[in-house]
Design a binder for this molecule. Structure first.
Ligand code: PLP
Length: 392
């Protein structure tokens, strides 16, 4: 049977994720220290897990409303207003989703007609470009540069806008670079979006993980932007709840309604026990987030210093739990470096190119791993760099 003939062209032609390929190699090896994982090493705080268990005990095992539990939407509304300065009506402007992943898919499918262009800054989260293609849009990457600490400048964005541009995707703090965006530049970007009538999808999943007392600004809070922004957030990173699969999208009612139509037919509703846990996270989980943030910040300080000391230039990112050092001084490509480090020293990092071609010359190291492991990984990386430099 010719299966390929039966698979939709745009799915058949989609490349597999570079991260997945890489981690298949990692899984086949023993004793690897992984700086490759994009999920917290902390367990979900116990009281949040308990809320899910208690939900089960009370027989909360049915469907919820398509938009999600009303109490959860109210808590989300309060949380988003308090932390991001934007008010959304819990009845009509918030939809609870299966992680931010589903929210991205819903938003793109709700907004795009075939051939519409979607701009995003690159290096970026691995799913952006494929999600755009799956929604029949055209991905348009705006490369960001290490010289500018991987921020998106309005100038670089303006160069890529065409009459077919419809949507801009933002992700600050950024996976994989850890970059954050200052308010002044966001205001310039907002002006461009208004001038070119773009809708913005802003993925703020790492916003609580912002360090050095830096303040995080959401583009949705900039005057004129609430009406043209879909704000995406979730519980996976800050609350260490990746496996619960809960996220949400906030947007003006007509956009929420459009996303809801897809969600109600494709998904029905997010997992009910996970929604119970999410209520608990928003009601009582902020102290846990603070403790995890402090630990991440300490690890970030250590890893940035270590990488720079061993000659891999690395700016100090202000957010998320990733660093993105420049490895080009070793003379190796991102893939050669990552594979060599894995095979010779059993340390896994992700090649920068997994996040788009502009990631060449860099690797992503996650510090969502215990400090002791990070210390050993840095010692092994120092040996690897010394051995590679002798060869070149
Ligand atoms: N957005 C970004 C930028 C991410 O890094 C990730 C996960 O790594 C996601 C979305 C997916 O999040 P969720 O677990 O909420 O689906």
């Amino acid at each position: 049977m010719n299966f390929q003939k039966h698979i939709a062209n745009h799915v058949r032609d989609l490349p597999r994720s570079g991260i997945r390929d890489f981690f298949e190699i990692v899984q086949s090896m023993k004793e690897v220290i992984s700086l490759g994982i994009g999920e917290p090493d902390f367990n979900t705080p116990w009281h949040i897990r308990e809320a899910a268990i208690y939900g089960l005990e009370r027989g909360h095992t049915g469907y919820t409303s398509n938009l999600g539990l009303p109490v959860l939407r109210e808590r989300i509304s309060t949380y988003v207003a308090r932390h991001f300065g934007v008010a959304y009506d819990p009845k009509s402007e918030i939809i609870v989703t299966v992680g931010v992943s589903e929210a991205i898919d819903l938003a793109l499918r709700a907004l795009l007609n075939p051939g519409d262009e979607v701009l995003y800054h690159e290096p970026c989260y691995v799913s952006y470009s494929p999600s755009i293609v799956l929604a029949h849009g055209i991905p348009v990457a705006v490369p960001t540069r290490s010289e500018e600490n991987f921020t998106l400048t309005a100038e670089a964005l303006a160069r890529k806008i065409t009459p077919a541009s419809r949507v801009l995707m933002l992700n600050f703090p950024c996976n994989p670079t850890g970059a954050t965006q200052n308010k002044a530049e966001l205001e310039k970007i907002a002006q461009l979006c208004i001038a070119h009538d773009l809708i913005v999808l802003t993925d703020e999943i790492y916003s609580e993980l912002t360090y050095d007392s830096a303040t995080h600004t959401s583009i949705a809070s900039i005057p004129g932007m609430r009406e043209r922004t879909i704000f995406l957030h979730g519980f996976s990173k800050a609350f260490a709840m990746t496996g619960f699969r809960v996220g949400y999208a906030c947007a003006p009612a007509p956009l929420t309604e459009a996303m809801m139509k897809i969600h109600q037919y494709a998904i029905l509703c997010a997992n009910t026990m996970a929604q119970d846990a999410a209520i608990e996270a928003l009601e009582h989980g902020e102290r846990d987030v603070d403790l995890m943030r402090k630990e991440y910040e300490m690890r970030r300080n250590f890893i940035v210093r270590s990488l720079n000391d061993l000659g891999l230039e690395c700016f100090k990112p202000m957010g998320a739990f990733y660093v993105f050092p420049n490895i080009s001084s070793t003379g190796l490509s991102s893939r050669e470096f990552s594979l060599g480090l894995l095979e010779k020293k059993q340390v896994a990092c992700v090649p920068g190119t997994a996040f788009g071609p502009s990631g060449e010359g860099f690797i992503r190291c996650s510090y969502a791993t215990g400090l002791e492991q990070i210390k050993i990984a840095m010692e092994r990386m120092a040996e690897f760099v010394a051995e590679s430099s002798r060869k070149h």
